[in-house]
Design a protein around this ligand. Structure first.
Ligand code: SF4
Length: 364
């Protein structure tokens, strides 16, 4: 079995990415078979527990308050609502619920306590629980771990160089520090990025260098194709071609053989044949449900029909790692510290983000 390497260079990754297509596909499929069951795909349900009104300026995101998009904002969901949605997700074949809140970073207080209760209640449903809540301190990561969190998502989005062209309100290092804080617990790391934001192939390779040289590598790497939403700075980006998507999935599979490669946003733009090529190239997870936070996603029944057609089976929960124990709030070793961490605010501006902000002001 090929050993996992943590010293990939950008040149090596570019060489893989640019291989003749059939050769790349064959190599990726071979690595995939050595490390995973090729007929098993993990299914996650993404739940937006707090939507919109975010203070950040991520150029791809309709939830940023400064842009004018058509999404409906919502305050933090109730525990009952989340539990009901998790049960529905379980019945439709999901093994994992990923809860997303449009926050810059986690703040100690009532809302975070409520999220901890959500984690406890979903773990008790014997489902893997993932959260994506923004930047996180070590103590907050430990509190989530005690509640029974299985995974924490924090995407690097792109290469460090291109990240600066998309987001100006926080730094790349803060993202790496958050991943590092998660690594101080037994919670697994989910971190990937988006292609189709106008980046060069070198940036795609640069992102894979940043992810693959982490030791350990993330247990899960989502590969998103940009869904260009009207009103966001990236609204005019051309859709990513399926060939680029397959190349990106295949390269990710080769440089991170053990990781779960997630086919994430952008699946509605792909045919079944295109998705089948991605599975062949090593993708072994999808997000189910008709929405991915705020952007469209294929219907669950459509996905199940595709699984049947391709002979794929949904992965059972806790196949890769044992279920974490839930410690109740009263017995917790870690309490809120009321920290006020100084996450970076870089001082550069991004012209297209500023333009989208001005346009939104004129409409509002
Ligand atoms: S991607 Fe997350 S942090 Fe960035 S604007 Fe959207 S919700 Fe906020």
């Amino acid at each position: 079995m090929s050993a996992t390497r943590h010293n990939w260079t950008k040149e090596e990754i570019l060489e893989i990415y640019n291989k003749p297509f059939m050769e790349l596909l064959y190599e990726a499929a071979t690595v995939h078979r050595l490390h995973h069951d090729p007929n098993v795909v993990q299914v996650s349900t993404l739940l937006s527990i707090k939507t919109g009104g975010c203070s950040e300026d991520c150029g791809y995101c309709p939830q940023a308050a400064r842009y004018h998009t058509n999404i409906e904002g919502n305050d933090l969901m109730s525990l009952q609502q989340v539990k009901a949605q998790a049960l529905r997700a379980k019945e439709s074949g999901s093994s994992r619920v990923c809860m997303g809140a449009a926050w810059r970073n986690v703040k100690d207080g009532e809302e975070f306590d409520q999220v901890l209760e959500m984690v406890r209640s979903i773990n008790k449903l014997d489902m893997e629980v993932c959260c994506t809540l923004g930047m996180l301190t070590e103590n907050q990561a430990k509190r989530l771990a005690e509640a029974g969190l299985y995974a924490y998502n924090h995407n690097l989005d792109s290469s460090e160089e291109y990240y600066k062209e998309v987001i100006s309100t926080r730094g790349y290092q803060d993202r790496l520090d958050t991943i590092d804080n998660v690594r101080k617990t037994n919670v697994t790391v989910c971190s990937g990025g988006i292609i189709g934001m106008g980046e060069k192939t070198e940036d795609r390779a640069g992102m894979l260098v940043a992810l693959s040289t982490l030791n350990p590598q993330p247990e899960s790497v989502p590969i998103n194709a940009l869904v260009a939403v009207e009103g966001t700075p990236l609204e005019d980006q051309e859709p990513v071609s399926i060939w680029d998507m397959v190349r990106m999935v295949a390269t990710t599979r080769i440089v991170m053989p053990e990781t779960q490669v997630r086919l994430s946003a952008g699946r509605t733009q792909m045919t079944r044949e295109g998705q089948a090529m991605c599975f062949f190239a090593g993708a072994n997870s999808i997000f189910a449900g008709d929405k991915l936070l705020t952007t469209p996603n294929p219907d669950v029944n459509e996905d199940m029909k595709m699984f049947e057609l391709l002979g794929l089976n949904p992965q059972k929960p806790f196949t890769k790692k044992v279920q974490p124990q839930t410690i109740e709030a009263n017995d917790s070793q870690y309490q809120a510290l009321g920290e006020k961490p100084k996450w970076t605010r870089p001082d550069h501006t991004i012209e297209r983000n500023e333009l989208a902000k001005e346009k939104a002001k004129a409409i509002k």
